[in-house]
Structure formats: C-alpha cells, structure tokens
Design a protein around this ligand. Structure first.
Ligand code: B4P
Length: 191
C-alpha cells in the first residue's frame, strides 16, 4: 500500500508509522529522519538543513525532494511505503504527485492525525527533556506549529479533493490510535 501520514509536528506520525510498517509490510520513509541523518553525518546538505530545522522552518523543497527520490528508488519500496513528514506544503504535494505518476505508483490513502496544539506542546516538551532534540524546545515547537498551520494544513484539502483523505483522532493511547488507523486503511482497501 502507498500511504501518506499527515499531521502537525509531534502528532505521532513517526510513532504510528513504526507499527504500520510492520503490520502492512511496507517501507517507512520519514523525511525528518532522512534530514536528521544528513545533519548527523555532516554532509553538505546536512550542514545547510541543520540551521533551518533548529529554527523550526521547513528545509528547501529541492533538497527534500532529492532525498525522497533517492529513497523511493530503493528496492524495499516496491511493496509499498508510508511517507511520514512529506509533503509539508502544496509545492511538495504537487511534486510528489508528478513523481508518483511518472513511476506509475499513485497514492492509495492519506491519513491525517488530529491532535490539539496543547497536547503537541506537552509531548514535545517531554521529548525535549528526554532526548534534547533542538527543534523540540518550546519556542521552536510554537514556531513549527505556526509553519504547519500556514503551509501544511492546506495539503489536507489537496488530498480531500482527490478523495484520498481519512482523518483520525490522534489523542489517546498509542496502540488505540494505531488500531484506528489500521481499521480506516482496511475499510478503505475493502471499499
Ligand atoms: P519530523 O521529524 O517530521 O517531526 P516530528 O516532531 O518527529 O513529528 P511526528 O509527527 O513524527 O512525531 P512523533 O511520532 O515523533 O520533522 C522535523 C523537522 O524536519 C521539521 O520541523 C522540518 O524542519 C524538517 N522536515 C521534515 N520533513 C520535511 C519536509 N518534507 N519539508 C521540509 N522540511 C522538512 O511524536 C512526537 C512525540 O510524541 C514523541 O516523543 C512520541 O513518543 C510522543 N507521542 C506520540 N504519540 C503519542 C500519544 N498517543 N500519546 C502521547 N505521546 C505520544
């Protein structure tokens, strides 16, 4: 299955994708993880991305698309994939559409995790205390939420207009949310 997971930063996309990958037997592609790996490796791309991520902003569309194209060319994506953190704006949504049409692998479902801002701020605070991820500091999280509202929220309408969007309540126990996502995906493939 080919799926996009949408949701605000800290809405649990990465958390849910880990289970979906196992249950559905598909590749998990997180653009956040790809970027963090580039930052850690200190590649020229990573050096550019570091400051942008720490400011809570989006890395440039060209850089992220390049990373994504490379990752989608790997053999484990043949059985399907979950895109986590991509697309994050309408330009990325259009670029993804063009790329997947070109390779004859269109999306089958888009799942959006709905979580109120207050719960997101709390989750990121907890992760900041545990993992010290620079972009989880409270000020940057507020910035990321503003970028989400302005640039990423319209992507949900883009997919709703194409009949691909399913919205899921992303509050509650991690396992219960995963059950909701799986049930929604299964009823979609039966439909
Ligand atoms: P991401 O890596 O995508 O952001 P994230 O905070 O990890 O979000 P996610 O929704 O995956 O949350 P998670 O499951 O980890 O992006 C980071 C940065 O990379 C962006 O700000 C941007 O700069 C850059 N970037 C990435 N993609 C890009 C793109 N396409 N274009 C441009 N720039 C891009 O959950 C968060 C926390 O909540 C965790 O600690 C988790 O344990 C906890 N949690 C999850 N579910 C929970 C639940 N049900 N209850 C309680 N806690 C929960």
């Amino acid at each position: 299955m080919r799926i996009v997971l949408l949701g605000a930063p800290g809405s649990g996309k990465g958390t849910q994708a880990k289970r979906l990958k196992v249950e559905l037997g598909v590749a998990h592609i997180s653009t956040g993880d790809l970027l963090r790996a580039a930052v850690k490796a200190g590649t020229p791309l990573g050096v550019k991305a570091k400051a942008v991520m720490e400011a809570g902003q989006l890395v440039s569309d060209d850089i992220v698309l390049g990373l994504l194209e490379e990752r989608l060319a790997e053999p484990d994506t043949k059985s399907g994939f979950i895109l986590d953190g991509y697309p994050r704006n309408l330009a990325q949504a259009n670029a993804l559409d063009a790329l997947l049409t070109r390779v004859g692998q269109p999306l089958e479902a888009v799942v959006k995790l709905n979580v109120p801002d207050a719960a997101i701020v709390k989750r990121c605070e907890t992760r900041f205390e545990q993992e010290h991820r620079a972009d989880d500091n409270p000020e940057t999280v507020r910035k990321r939420l503003a970028v989400y509202a302005e640039q990423t929220a319209p992507v949900a309408d883009f997919y709703a207009q194409r009949g691909l969007l399913t919205e899921i309540d992303g509050v509650g126990a991690i396992e219960a949310i995963g059950d909701r996502v799986l049930a929604a995906l299964r009823s979609r493939t039966r439909a």
